[in-house]
Design a protein around this ligand. Structure first.
Ligand SMILES: Cc1cc2nc3c(=O)[nH]c(=O)nc-3n(C[C@H](O)[C@H](O)[C@H](O)COP(=O)(O)OP(=O)(O)OC[C@H]3O[C@@H](n4cnc5c(N)ncnc54)[C@H](O)[C@@H]3O)c2cc1C
Length: 393
């Protein structure tokens, strides 16, 4: 997000330079310091900044300038940036004029020149004004915007996908929000093809599928390994549990989820009967915890990817979907002995690619290679949900 601006105006170059230096030293980290050598030039800059949707937090203007006085400038700047704080820099001789102008230009403060030392005469005043300004400042929204119509199923699907993957967004309907029409126009679009999803980087997707959204949001789309011991299809509570137990046994584990991690439970506001949580917990919290646990133990996740696409294989393989043949029918005998389908609950667990195994992974020798004595392994990557929140902010 671009920094808010402090605009300093003075026709005396050396004074202007000194003001800018002092402002930059104290406020440079949080604000952009912009300068103008006259009231007219400052007004011009204001208009340009306004067009670019930049925010001005404070004007610091000299009073006595040729062409346009500081008061005149601040009066006009008020119409462009009404919320910015206005400070007049005056010589002692101008003090009377400045006091009279407090009402007309709604000046928040006037400072006498010289302002040395700034730590005593400049910064305390500006700190106070900027603190008040910040309290009323609402930064422009820079996250994802979904433009759609309330009763459309495509719109519902997009919003459901974002919500269930914990991606914050703002929803606008062209029927209710005029700014939605402007946003479409700016991109050469109209409301004939909705929903449109607009991203913080200015790009947009028209009628995107979940897969389009997942790709744009940076969710992993490809399995990292060529082969896995086990592929769990579906990351509802059962799939997450399977992922945790398989990974904790040292099996190379991939969890593929078609929509959002958490399954049905992810949409529950409070689950009261989950073992170990006497006060209950939200489905989203449960899903996050299980995801982090499985990930820490080494399970890999492919969210928002239906198993049929994720498990494509160059040769006939035992890639399964939920509706495919059961685990027992598809699993080669050696693997049936090595895994524990009982813990890898329900039909959500299935094999995709089974690598040739010389030793049973459940034997102690293999396990000790893959599964260090310490149960805690570094997580392979951060939560996809968190990674996504970061990329939109
Ligand atoms: C609003 C709500 C509140 C609930 N509250 C409670 C409660 O308080 N207590 C309670 O005990 N139960 C509750 N339930 C029920 C509980 O959520 C379910 O019993 C539980 O989620 C079932 O878990 P599961 O993993 O078997 O299946 P699901 O949660 O249905 O998960 C299956 C997952 O597999 C994915 N999937 C399916 N096919 C594919 C494919 N081909 N490729 C990739 N992914 C696929 C789906 O997208 C889904 O995420 C609630 C359910 C809902 C909807």
């Amino acid at each position: 997000m671009p920094k808010p601006i402090l605009l300093a105006i003075d026709d005396d170059t050396s004074v202007l330079e000194a003001v800018v230096q002092d402002l930059r030293r104290h406020y440079g980290q949080d604000y952009r310091i912009v300068r103008a050598a006259s009231g007219v030039a400052a007004l011009d800059i204001c208009r340009q900044l306004h067009e670019r949707k930049d925010t001005v937090a404070l004007f610091l203007s000299d009073q006595r300038m040729p062409g346009m006085t500081g008061v005149d400038f601040l009066q006009q700047a008020l119409t462009i940036y009404p919320d910015a704080k206005r400070v007049l820099l005056t010589a002692y001789a101008d003090t009377e004029a400045a006091i009279r102008a407090i009402n007309s230009a709604k000046i928040h403060y006037y400072l006498n020149k010289p302002w040395d030392p700034p730590e005593e005469k400049l910064y305390p005043v500006l700190d106070d004004l900027l603190e008040t300004w910040k309290q009323g400042y609402k930064p422009p929204y820079e996250g994802i915007i979904v433009v759609g119509t309330r009763w459309s199923s495509a719109d519902h699907n997009v919003r459901e996908f974002l919500s269930r993957n914990r991606v914050p967004y703002k929803w606008l309907s062209p029927e209710q929000h005029p700014e939605a029409v402007d946003l479409l126009k700016e991109r050469g679009l109209d409301d004939s093809k909705l929903p449109v999803v607009i991203f913080g980087d200015g790009t947009s997707l028209v009628q995107p599928t979940s897969s389009d959204l997942a790709t744009k949001l940076g969710m992993p789309r490809q399995a990292q390994q060529k082969f896995y011991d086990i592929v769990v299809v579906g990351a509802g509570p059962a799939g997450l549990a399977a992922g945790v137990y398989a990974a904790s046994e040292g099996l190379g584990t991939l969890v593929v989820e078609g929509e959002a991690i958490g399954g049905q439970a992810g949409s529950s506001s409070k689950i009261e009967n989950y073992l170990g949580f006497p006060q209950g917990l939200s489905g989203a919290d449960l899903a996050d915890r299980a995801y982090i646990q499985a990930n820490r133990l080494g399970a890999e996740f492919l969210p928002a990817l239906a198993s049929t696409t994720a498990l494509r294989s160059p040769r006939p393989s035992p890639a399964l979907t939920k509706s495919s043949t059961s685990l027992a029918e598809r699993t080669p005998p050696a693997r049936q002995r090595c895994t524990s389908p009982a813990t890898l609950a329900k039909s959500t667990c299935s094999y995709a690619q089974i690598r040739s195994i010389r030793a049973c992974p459940s034997t102690s020798s293999t396990r000790s290679k893959r599964h260090p004595t310490s149960p805690s392994r570094p997580a392979r990557r951060s939560s996809p949900c968190r990674a996504m929140a970061t990329s939109n902010a």
